[in-house]
Design a protein around this ligand. Sequence first.
Ligand code: A3P
Length: 304
Amino acid sequence: MSTMRGLTSKLVMYENFWYMTNSSIFRNVLSIQKNFVAKDTDIFITGLPKTGTTWLKSLLYAIVNRTNHPINQSPLLSHHPQELVYNLESDVYNEAFDYPRPNNLNELPSPRLLSTHISYMSIPESIKTSGCRILYICRNPLDVIVSAYYFTLGFVKNTIKDKDDQDSIVLPRLEDFYEDFCDHVLEYWKASLERPDKVLFLKYEDLIDHPVLHLKRLAEFIGMPFSSKEDNEGVVQQIIDFCSIKNMKGLDVNKNGVINKFFEKKSYFRKGEVGDWANHLTPFMVERIDRLMQEKLEGTGLSL
Ligand code: A3P
């Protein structure tokens, strides 16, 4: 572990990642490592913020619960996806908030649907050694940075009222952001090659282009394949349409209110497009990021 002083806060490097020591997330990660015990039946959604994790939460929830709830009575009509698939570091092991969250993870129905943004290196050992399944989602980093920019902008405007304080926010250097981004993706990519029955690597762009194919793949991976009867009845397409950004964004439950005290529910649904980066980034930035990515991904068999 090493430390470094930034302009406004102290950072700590822990297992390859930088954390702000004044944010609760670092403490939460340590608490998860110490206390969380995975069950063989757990299903985890992993991935960096802004890579499509909310979408994947709604898809996973709808697939797992398709026999309990017809889609027109889905709890997704009355709950934001973040409220149905709990995030370990923000919802379950978060000392900073006292909003309702499951006190006892054992009370969650089986399979427990959980999520985390923690890197593969830092997730608790029991997640790696148990039979639980991990779904990892990644996305073109250029689109991630644009998505993160808008999300952060909204968050800063809502929570920091003083303009000078807003201006004093220090964003990470692009090089540091992409270094962390690639390390995160590559750790899970390697795990998916080594343990293909336990770690499924998904790309946001593939889900957009071939949703039926990838939903079937996902359902098989978690041991709940669609039957031919369901196939004939169009169940897969129903789930895709229900979880589409157009539908989710339009639901009242996702339009108002906040999650984790600060994050507006609607801010999780913006455009949901591939290639929006072209409207925002300069050719110079794109070239710089592409170069960084090529260096990091060379020889790994992964392209983003
Ligand atoms: P954009 O900001 O590019 O629109 P996360 O959920 O991991 O924070 O990722 C948020 C990104 O996923 C946002 O991207 C958001 O609009 C997009 N998204 C949310 N729901 C989606 C859905 N149902 N289909 C496609 N994209 C979705």
